[in-house]
Design a protein around this ligand. Structure first.
Ligand SMILES: NC(=O)c1ccc[n+]([C@@H]2O[C@H](COP(=O)([O-])OP(=O)(O)OC[C@H]3O[C@@H](n4cnc5c(N)ncnc54)[C@H](OP(=O)(O)O)[C@@H]3O)[C@@H](O)[C@H]2O)c1
Length: 307
């Protein structure tokens, strides 16, 4: 991939896609191709095929997906499995037909079995039962990984699949009801004034978070180095309890009230750090510490979301 390459980012308005877009632009890549959903619904096979025939595309970053938290995954499981399998099927198949040089698929830690040994290695794929609440989403993503592997085997199609830990940053979803933990806490602490702020569970679960600009850097790094439909974990190596996370966000937003823990609400999976030694061995490391990333995310929220 070089500065003149024709690079299509699917899902360029989302958290991940917009970070990849910013990073490619920052590095001087000149031919970045994007399309808004109103012009190109990636579920529509005919439209996707037309799009590939009309555009010269050499590399694809697939960051388009129907995503959501536990509740959305559980409630809309049919939509999740349908939309995600369709999006990646259309993109992978047309990339193969139109001779794309390399394809990068985004997945997430939820593709691994619920009780995979920790830190979770790539080899744990399909070694046990999935977490039932996001099974439909996980199966769709596993389908994408297996499709890349089958296309590599039969056609020699070059691809890779990146599995990041939890991400946060600009263009995250800050919706009060269906956002992930970091944007949800940023909003809660910002809006609470004197509080109290009530958080779900008892605060003990440990989580691994990555500022999305680090993921964009990892995606470009991996795109240049892998091509055999490998599965590659991307972690931050920094584990934090939800309690410490909430305290950090409360301090950084300037919140002065109490934090209460509603223990009647579920904690979720206890601990799931990713083993990202595969990427580390090639020399890739994240740059942002959690505190630094949170400061940036909070500044973004104040400037872009509530203004
Ligand atoms: N967020 C995380 O913590 C996290 C962690 C690990 C992995 N990932 C992975 O990263 C990928 C992207 O996630 P994200 O957090 O960036 O999600 P996101 O912010 O919701 O972005 C998804 C993008 O996909 C687009 N899209 C969805 N359905 C589409 C369709 N039918 N046609 C065209 N565009 C469509 C959306 O378009 P609109 O803007 O029009 O809605 C949006 O731009 C997913 O595969 C996810 O599993 C995310």
């Amino acid at each position: 991939m070089h500065k003149e390459s024709y690079i299509y980012i699917a899902g360029h308005n989302g958290l991940v896609g917009s970070a990849i877009f910013r990073e490619l632009k920052r590095r001087g890549f000149k031919n970045i191709i994007t399309a808004n959903r109103c012009d190109l619904d990636l579920i529509n096979s005919t439209k996707v095929s037309e799009f590939f025939s009309e555009n010269k595309i050499e590399y694809v970053f697939d960051a388009a997906a129907r995503v959501g938290g536990i509740k959305a995954n559980d409630t809309y499981s049919g939509e999740f499995i349908f939309q995600n399998t369709m999006i990646q099927t259309n993109l992978i198949h047309n990339s193969y037909l139109y001779k794309v040089k390399k394809f990068l698929l985004l997945g997430s830690v939820c593709i691994y079995p619920k009780f995979a040994p920790i830190p979770v290695k790539e080899a744990s794929l399909l070694c046990g039962e999935l977490e039932p609440t996001n099974e439909a989403y996980a199966i769709a993503k596993i389908h994408g990984i297996k499709m890349l592997q089958a296309y590599k085997k039969q056609y020699g199609f070059k691809g890779l699949a990146l599995m990041p830990c939890n991400l946060y940053g600009p263009n995250d979803n800050y919706h009060p009801d269906n956002s992930h933990v970091i944007p949800a806490l940023i909003r809660k602490f910002h809006e609470a004034k004197n509080g109290p702020v009530i958080c779900w569970g008892d605060g003990t679960p440990m989580r691994e978070f990555m500022y999305v600009d680090d993921l964009a850097d990892a995606a470009i790094f991996a795109m240049k180095r892998y091509e055999n439909a490998e599965l590659i974990n991307v972690g931050s190596g920094e584990d934090v309890s939800i309690k410490n996370l909430a305290e950090m966000i409360s301090e950084l937003t300037g919140y002065k009230g109490n934090i209460l823990w509603d223990k009647s609400k579920p904690n979720g999976t206890p601990k799931r750090p990713l083993d990202y030694s595969k990427l580390k061995l090639l020399g890739w490391e994240p740059k942002y510490k959690l505190r630094q990333g949170l400061e940036k995310a909070i500044n973004y929220f104040k400037k872009e979301i509530i203004n």
